[in-house]
Design a protein around this ligand. Structure first.
Ligand code: DGJ
Length: 540
């Protein structure tokens, strides 16, 4: 380099920092929390890969095209501790490097899942040098003293080893991705939770259990007393909101207290890991939970994970974690969305079942709960990806992202999710009351109302003006009523259409006659994914 070129080089390096976008981060908009990527709100149209898929770059070559066909903009992929740190202190990021490159070539963002100390309760991703040295890296134990293949949360050695590895990963991402932002968030561990006792019974755990509840936790609970999750508030109330004593003295004897105790210690461990990572590269970080089957008791389900009734404990223990997420595989999807979209916890669903109902669920979560996004599991195994319902649904969401993101947190949108058990939803939105019914409730729909179950219908409803709505989804029939007594609401016009890359409306058919049941309703037939705009009017 010649001396006169030096200022130019300095300018180029500086401008790279000065003019590059901020790191991916979270930001409030009204009542919503949005993920900001490259300085713009970002809606995650995601899918999570099967656990072992991303362990081979060669294998991944055939996977990326499927993700593109499904209209994803983000893939959720694991990072395996045992592969990145095969020998203690020796790190190998070749696989991550290749995955970043492949994702960029396919124009996809990544959310990395840190498979560290715990993956579905177990510690199968701990490197061999950890697994084979239980004296140094102790295991959790059952009540009968039997050690499990679960690293104990009560060992500083375990926590430090995990935190060092995670910090190295985040340092590597800072060096290799901080100007590209391919990685937009990180999940810390995966479905943490104790099985098959509600708590660890190792000597260190027993000692902690007989000690006092830490003052940090008591201070947090005291400060937030009026806004604690009702279930947890009720438990603490039973003991008169005691602030001093052992776990059993403060929260009572029994499995729920074992779980609270364990949640605090899992949370502290995860906090140490997440904080070490954020110190290197502060991307948004979250944890995910395996949910509870009806009637199961602590110990029967992965206990003490970031579950709704433990939200306050996890938040107190792990402030470096930005939010808690549900993996929703159960049919009562809307219930679990509500459970996680409370107490200012923003919703993001990193795992859900991938079947045909998944598409309707995405529309509901995003429309009703301002979800940051959605991500079915085992995404690469969706058959016929280009024509799958999820591909069509994500196609709609891509077109509507700008409108959805603008309306988040402003109460200008709603989401619906309908099935045979919940065939009708009444919604008050703007100046009208909307009755949204499942397509199969209508005699002419062509569906079989007697079928034992109906495919899920779902949609997003957006206010576009005093008398105008934009409705996107599948399997919906909507009628409208005025909120003013004595006034009748009616349809002026309905138009279907699409948004182009410039976010301009491209009109399609003018929908009237049979398509609106001669002006009686708006309909998007089951199986079709469409966008319709409707203008209403009122008369006496
Ligand atoms: C939930 C886990 O988080 C995933 O990694 C995977 O194991 C699925 N369960 C399998 O259904």
């Amino acid at each position: 380099m010649r001396f006169y070129q030096i200022p130019l080089v300095i300018f180029l390096i500086a401008s790279n920092f000065l003019f590059s976008a901020a790191l991916p981060h979270l930001k409030n908009q009204g009542s919503a929390v949005q993920l900001i990527v490259d300085d713009r709100p970002f809606l995650i149209l995601g899918g999570e890969l099967g656990n072992s898929t991303a362990s081979s770059l060669n294998y991944m070559k055939s996977i990326w095209p499927k993700l593109v066909q499904l209209n994803l903009n983000t893939a959720l992929i694991p990072v395996y501790w045992d592969l990145i740190e095969p020998r203690e202190g020796t790190f190998d990021f070749m696989l991550i490097d290749g995955l970043l490159e492949q994702a960029r070539q396919n124009n996809l963002r990544l959310i990395l899942l840190w498979f560290g100390s715990w993956k579905n309760s177990m510690s199968c991703y701990a490197p061999g040098w950890v697994k084979t040295n239980p004296d140094r890296f102790p295991r959790a134990r059952l009540k009968n003293g039997q050690p499990m293949e679960i690293m104990s949360a009560f060992s500083k050695e375990n926590c430090d080893a995990d935190a060092r590895a995670f910090a190295s990963l985040m340092r590597y991402l800072r060096q290799s991705d901080s100007h590209k932002h391919t990685v937009i968030m990180v999940q810390v561990e995966n479905e943490v939770g104790m099985l098959s006792d509600a708590r660890d019974w190792s000597p260190a755990a027993n000692q902690a259990f007989s000690g006092p509840v830490p003052t940090e936790l008591i201070d947090y609970l005291t400060e937030k007393k009026e806004t604690l999750i009702p279930e947890f508030h009720a438990r603490w109330a039973k003991k008169g909101f005691k602030t001093v004593g052992t776990w059993e003295e403060v929260f009572g004897k029994g499995l729920p207290t074992d779980e609270i105790f364990m949640a605090w210690h899992y949370g502290r461990y995860v906090q140490a890991v997440a904080a070490a990572g954020k110190a290197e590269y502060p991307l948004p970080m979250f944890v995910n939970a395996a949910l509870i089957r009806p009637g199961y008791k602590p110990g029967q389900y992965p206990s003490a994970g970031p579950l709704p009734h433990l939200m306050d404990i996890w938040r107190a223990a792990a402030p470096a974690i930005d939010f808690l997420s549900p993996d929703i595989y159960f049919p009562n999807f809307a219930y679990w969305c509500r459970q996680y979209h409370q107490s200012a916890n923003p919703l993001f669903i990193p795992e859900a079942q991938k079947g045909p109902d998944s598409a309707a669920q995405a529309l509901y979560a995003i429309g009703q709960h301002n979800s940051m996004g959605y991500s079915p599991f085992s995404i690469e195994n969706i058959e016929n990806p280009a024509n799958a319902p999820l591909a069509n649904c994500y196609g709609l969401l891509r077109q509507l992202s700008h409108l959805i993101l603008r309306s988040q947190g402003t109460f200008m949108s709603a989401g619906v999710l309908l099935d045979k058990q919940n065939p009708i939803q009444e919604i008050k939105l703007g100046r009208y009351n909307l009755t949204v019914s499942h397509d199969y409730t209508w005699g002419w729909s062509g569906g079989d109302p007697k079928a034992p179950s109906w495919p899920k219908a779902g949609g997003i409803l957006l206010i576009q003006g005093p008398d105008e709505y934009l409705i996107a989804g599948t399997g919906l029939i909507i009628t409208f009523a005025s909120q003013c007594p004595g006034q009748t609401a009616s349809i002026q016009w309905i138009q279907e259409g699409n948004y182009d890359e410039e976010e301009s409306w491209v009109p399609g058919r003018w929908l009237s006659g049979d398509e609106s049941h001669q002006g009686r309703h708006l309909r998007i037939p089951m199986g079709q994914f469409a966008i319709q705009r409707i203008r209403l009017y009122q008369y006496k």
